[in-house]
Design a protein around this ligand. Structure first.
Ligand code: FES
Length: 180
């Protein structure tokens, strides 16, 4: 299937990313069904989904821009603006709350020197509280991009932050690759 690299929206994919997009399209019966993995692909490359990327995605997948924006804004894992390099999203819904999400969040605030909703001055980390991540029996949970860390303790959270700073984070418990 041919993949236009740039279609006048000011956005495009090329090289390996264009090939990945073609692979995604080949897996779905209709182009519009490929919305979520296409958004993952874009965010994986750019760190967020820009307005131009929304226009490009809508044109490529034969969707309205409003539909694409709706999905980007609904799911916590998608970002519509540049953020910190590592966005730590701690689930604060009821199951994770019971299993210690609140003390975990407080610990991370202390570790990073920021409050939830803020980013570190060096742009390395942002900390967010988010709704259910769909792993309620494995709380408290933290999402980092497509990676999910489960049964978190302050020690495991420290290991994650320290590993990210070194460029050698611990393996996630679940890798949510929506391209699969
Ligand atoms: S309540 Fe935290 S993953 Fe569902």
């Amino acid at each position: 299937m041919s993949v236009p690299v740039e279609d006048g929206t000011g956005f495009g994919l090329d090289g390996r990313d264009a090939a990945r997009f073609a692979d995604i399209l080949a897996r779905y019966p209709t182009r519009r069904s490929a919305l979520m993995p296409t958004l993952w692909l874009i965010q994986d490359r750019d760190g967020h989904i820009s307005d131009a990327a929304v226009s490009w995605t809508a044109a490529q997948l034969e969707l309205s821009e409003a539909k694409v924006r709706e999905v980007v804004s609904f799911y916590a894992m998608y970002r519509d603006r540049p953020q910190a390099r590592h966005v730590l999203q701690v689930c604060h819904n009821i199951s994770c709350h019971i299993m210690g999400a609140q003390p975990l969040m407080i610990h991370l605030e202390g570790k990073l020197g920021i409050r939830r909703g803020e980013a570190t001055p060096d742009g390395e980390f942002a900390l967010e509280g988010v709704e259910c991540l769909g792993a309620c029996g494995m709380g408290p949970c933290l999402q980092l991009g497509r990676h999910l860390y489960e049964h978190l303790t302050p020690e495991k959270a420290d290991a994650l932050v320290d590993g990210l700073r070194r460029g050698d984070p611990p393996r996630p418990d679940t890798d949510r690759d929506l391209e699969e």
